[in-house]
Design a binder for this molecule. Sequence first.
Ligand SMILES: [Zn+2]
Length: 166
Amino acid sequence: MRSWIAVILVGGLCAAHPAWGHTQAHEHGHSRLQLVADPGSVAIEWRIPMGDVVGFEGSPPDAAAAARLAGELERLGEAMKSVRFEGAGSCQTAASKAEVEGAGAHPDILVSAQWTCDAADALLALSFDPWALLPGHERITAEWLLPAGQGQARWTPPATRLSVAR
Ligand SMILES: [Zn+2]
């Protein structure tokens, strides 16, 4: 599943939208959320500038910062369990986690989660509150790839619902 997502998103969406290429430096206050659904599952990868989460990027400068980073990774991973899906039938969280992704001056926090759903290919929308998780965050560029097609949207506060319907 994971390799398939990478092929589709890196080879497909990012090729179609070079400005969102994974190798570019991020923009603070702005994150990217990518959703892929197939008939039985939904997967989300959400990339947030590391500094927006913990106030520093790269190695933690001290023990307190390291503890804060560990706590934030735990918090963001757990938060994905609160995502709700409309139209997809009954969904169960299969995995969720957050980790630091990338080296150099501007690493991201990659929040990733997967769910198994009865009717994931009929997904209409997802609901959760990213703005409560990340106070001050300005926008999310959302991209999705469903069996019926793909789309994109600019997700901004205070909206807590993202429609992926055609
Ligand atoms: Zn940065």
